[in-house]
Design a protein around this ligand. Structure first.
Ligand code: SF4
Length: 336
């Protein structure tokens, strides 16, 4: 491995956004990643939607809120973000002096992509009296146009921090926005964005599953469509869903969110059964294709060669940081 290291470090990333280097198949990637963590004072932050092997090498696994909080606190010199681009970008916004790496630069997000900053800026100008609450699943450009950021864990507290009569734009997820409007009695203007994974579930197939597993509880992420949420026994953020499966007495759960979370659910409650909610076709579409671009091999390579790295203009970073700081403060005050 070491003989090729210098050349590879200078090498450009391939056009797919990651280091495309063949590895010796006998290499113990788990041990190598542990070695690199120590050598480089690195921490691996992984989202719950990552594949099980990545979750097992991570120092911290969480949802967007937990990951942002952990990124804010870490003392490591290097953050390896096993998630998608907007998450690594958030870590960089909070840690300008640290090296933030992402195993695959092209690990994007359909929800974030559904809200381009130039279009959103025009939309915002059409609603001059409104404040902007943006879900964290958006680019730094959208964050910079927002008054406050939220995650699914703190969205209610963030929206409720504004007086009832304050007009609000909620972006980019229309399903989470509609869920909030309904549950906390708001009339926010919604940007018409959505997540490809959370819109794929089939109510018909879930109904059939419920017939076969009458005691199973349907638990769903609020990014799911209204028809699924109406049918759910519990709605919550990824962390909220995980905690619910630990505390609730049910032994079977149908899980309507990305399948990666099932690894932690099974680890936390090995005696319980977890069934991924079926998509409306036969593909594995409830696996997020963006999250699943990351692999153990890519994590090892990005740590070894310190590429791809997240870089950002300071002016944009400072504008994007303000609404994140405001979210962190509201979360702290709400005890989240
Ligand atoms: S699951 Fe949806 S919201 Fe999450 S990263 Fe994938 S596309 Fe984006």
């Amino acid at each position: 491995m070491n003989t090729t290291k210098i050349n590879i470090a200078k090498k450009e990333l391939n056009q797919n956004g990651f280091l495309d280097i063949e590895l010796d198949p006998t290499l113990d990637l788990f041990a190598e990643i542990e070695r690199l963590k120590k050598e480089k004072n690195a921490v691996i932050l992984a989202h719950y939607y990552q594949e099980p092997d990545i979750q097992d090498v991570a120092d911290y696994i969480g949802d967007s809120l937990g990951l942002a909080q952990r990124a804010e606190k870490t003392e490591a010199a290097m953050i390896v973000f096993a998630g998608v681009h907007f998450m690594a970008e958030t870590a960089k916004i909070l840690n300008p002096g640290k090296k933030v790496l992402i195993p695959d630069l092209n690990a994007g997000c359909s929800l974030s992509d559904s809200c381009p900053p130039a279009l959103f800026k025009k939309f915002k100008e059409e609603h001059p009296d409104h404040v902007v609450v943006s879900y964290i699943n958006c680019s730094a450009g959208i964050k910079a146009l927002s008054d406050v950021i939220c995650t699914s864990s703190n969205a209610k507290a963030v929206v409720e921090s504004f007086p009832k009569d304050q007009p609000i734009i909620f972006a980019p997820d229309r399903n989470l926005g509609a869920y909030l409007n309904k549950t906390i009695g708001r009339n926010m203007v919604l940007w018409n964005g959505s997540c490809i994974v959370h819109e794929i579930f089939s109510l018909e197939k879930i109904t059939r599953l419920k017939v076969r597993h009458p005691k199973a509880k349907l638990i769903a992420h609020p990014e799911c469509e209204e028809a699924i949420l109406r049918f759910a026994d519990f709605i919550g953020s990824t962390t909220g869903l995980l905690k619910y499966t630990q505390s609730d007495s049910a032994q079977e759960f149908i899980v309507a969110t990305e399948t990666g979370i099932l690894h932690q659910m099974m680890k936390a409650s090995p005696q319980k059964t977890f069934i991924p909610a079926p998509p409306d076709n036969s593909c594995a579409c409830n696996d997020c294709p963006h999250m699943k671009r990351n692999t153990l091999e890519k994590i090892y390579l990005c740590m070894e060669y310190e590429l791809p790295e997240i870089v950002m203009e300071e002016e944009l970073r400072l504008k994007a940081k303000k609404p994140i700081d405001r979210m962190m403060e509201i979360s702290r005050m709400a005890g989240l």
